[in-house]
Design a protein around this ligand. Structure first.
Ligand code: NCD
Ligand code: ZN
Length: 355
């Protein structure tokens, strides 16, 4: 059997939930899920119940990760008024600063006035990651232009948003963007079928929007595929009055993208660019030697909740047919995944940006 070898996937947008919400996921289970899906680096978001908005909270994350992670793990810092005085101090330890301009899980949304101060204070060369939807995205682009802030737009969902980013790129701004598999493989039509398990922020958009996102990927206008892995327990999701936003995705991303390559929706070259080359360059992720994924491109299987490695135990992609099975994953020269199974030793490293 001839296997396809590709570089380990980098996922720059995950919520590993520790500390504060370990019933949903923790650093061990989240990185284990990631490596089982060929993801060898993850970056973790700061919207924990006690947010990563000061050096002590960041230190706590570094400590929690010690000897518990199955792939390489780095952190983003919050972009709130509480966090702002520490932006310079933590700049060599974090990959990006996450700004919430719209409402979602957590309590990090800022006012328009606060957002402007944050754009003005991002350290030189560092990246501000923005959760900004629709007109809010236009406002974010305006502020990035005014303060010459390096901006990365999280989870693009619509044709309109893609057009805004493309226009900004053409004007010479330092702006990049990502799309999630949620928006590439699901639309608002799926909400009826999947219910609470398809509830996320931003919300799923139309088929027309999804087509535009695929076209954007093929044309090289979208820089990164990142999962926005946002696990919640089944019990939490089933709570009809208070069902939280967010779906898991770290372990299903590469299988779905391999299927898209098999179906010729994108090229293998594009897959590698948006899952490895671009994320590494944009976020200064250190080089990983002897780190790669071996795939049997001929094997087919169906995604199902009972095979999910993440602590949450479900996937919005259950029932989808996959073409291309991850056979092994090597991290720093060691085989961590063999025939689809994860070895028990957590040998991942905590990472900080390459200078
Ligand atoms: C995320 C979460 O649950 O932390 N939810 C989501 O719907 N995407 C928050 C976020 O990334 O905005
Ligand atoms: Zn997110």
């Amino acid at each position: 059997m001839k296997l396809l070898t590709i570089p380990g996937v980098i996922d720059v947008h995950t919520h590993l939930r520790e500390p504060g919400a370990a019933q949903k996921e923790d650093m061990a289970t989240g990185t284990r899920a990631a490596i089982s899906g060929g993801v060898t680096t993850v970056l973790d978001m700061p919207n924990n119940p006690i947010p990563t908005s000061n050096p002590l909270a960041l230190k706590e994350k570094f400590k929690l990760a010690e000897n518990r992670i199955y792939n390489d793990l780095g952190f983003h810092f919050a972009a709130t008024m509480e966090a702002l005085p520490f932006f310079e101090e933590v700049k060599n330890q974090v990959f990006g600063y996450k700004l919430y301009m719209n409402h979602t899980t957590g309590n990090l949304k800022v006012t328009p006035e606060e957002a402007e101060k944050i754009f003005a204070h991002i350290p030189n060369g560092k990246t501000l990651i923005v959760h900004a939807e629709d007109e809010t995205l236009d406002r974010a682009i305006e502020l990035a232009g005014k303060y010459r802030t390096k901006v990365h737009v999280a989870h693009l969902t619509s044709k309109q948003e893609l057009m805004s980013v493309v226009k900004a790129k053409k004007s010479g701004m330092n702006i990049t963007c990502e799309v999630t598999p949620n928006n590439l493989f699901l639309t608002d039509e799926d909400i009826k079928r999947i219910g609470a398990y398809a509830v996320m922020k931003p919300v799923l958009k139309t088929q027309m929007d999804q087509d535009a996102l695929w076209e954007g990927l093929r044309e090289g206008l979208i820089d990164i595929v990142a999962t926005d892995h946002a696990p919640h327990t089944i019990e939490e999701k089933e709570n009809s009055e208070n069902s939280p936003f967010g779906v898991p995705g770290v372990e299903t991303s590469l299988p779905l993208l391999l299927t898209a390559v098999a179906e010729k929706r994108i090229s293998l070259e594009t897959l590698i660019t948006v899952t490895n080359t671009n994320p590494r360059r944009i976020f200064s992720i250190p080089e990983q030697l002897d780190t790669y994924v071996e795939i049997d491109t001929s094997q087919k299987y169906v995604l199902s909740n009972d095979k999910i490695v993440s602590k949450c135990g479900w996937t919005p992609f259950a029932g989808m047919q996959i073409k291309g099975k991850i056979m092994s994953v090597y991290l720093h020269g060691r085989k961590i995944v063999d025939n689809g199974k994860v070895f028990e030793q957590p040998t991942g490293k905590i990472i900080t940006p390459a200078i």
